[in-house]
Design a protein. Sequence first.
Length: 234
Amino acid sequence: MITKFKLFEDNKNKSIIDYTFLKNRSSVDEIKKACEDADDAGVYSIVVKSENIGTAKAFLDESDVKIVSVIDFPKGNSKTNYKSNLTMEAITDGANEIDLVFNYSKLKELSILDESDYEELYTELSDDIQTNATLCHKNGVLLKVIIEIEELNFEQIKIACEICEKSSVDYIQTSTGYSKKNPNWKEKIEKVKYIKRIIPSYINIKVAGGIRTQSQIDELISLGVDRIGTSVLL
């Protein structure tokens, strides 16, 4: 029997948890178990790979748990057309929300480019996010953009947030949880606070990556984050 976080007993707080299940080559039985765990815990959603949307939808047909699909996960370095095709497929298969990975590797290149090349790459990054945002909103689906703060300094985070704001994304998400860089919790919180200061109030923030304890969740709730992603329900 699943042991629920203390916060799940509070109807207000349990609705901010995205339970992440992104195991490679998952069996139908594993997806079924993950869906049952998510439903038992009363989380807001389960995050799955795009190929598992249909299976998850079948097991959550009578549940309030939403289905979120990651797109171009975890690197975010594919071409825009490829990303938008995946996004459309995920929406068609029944995803309620899309978690799209920002091309953070290209973003980091901006700091070494001259003005003309900077503008060209900046436009490319903006078009990538805007294309997917338009596609999601046209179909009534929320878009979260994962900017991968573990890989970015504060100036790069500012640029990523600026691009997301211009594209009217619904959420800025901090992390994939797959970065090889592992800053301590204090550094992560500093970046979360910075993001909350610079984004407009109509853009939400989701914090994910390395969230394993009740105290971490409590701290994030105290900061007023809108969604929390975790792969741990015990």
